[in-house]
Design a protein around this ligand. Sequence first.
Ligand code: FES
Length: 103
Amino acid sequence: VRIEVRRADGSRTALALAASGSLMTALRAERLLIGVCGGQQSCGTCRIRLSADQFQRLPAPARSEQRLLRALPASGALDRLACQIALDAALDGLQLTIPGADG
Ligand code: FES
């Protein structure tokens, strides 16, 4: 599964990931984010940002995910929790941004 990651500083990384587990687990293994709570939807440290067209590619977020995202001070309407996204072949070519703590 090919994923392109842009960091808050503008640098980009192209990843080729195995289709298993969650997107958070894979990005954490690459040291691109932290994922403190391990996918329990309680920390928000796995937050990613998408463009509108990339956002549409993903299954809609559950209410519990939306609730935590709303509670995060800097989150926007196109943010998702990477721990709630299954890393499968449908994600191939996905482009995402890892926002900074205040972005
Ligand atoms: Fe904590 Fe996703 S890893 S909310």
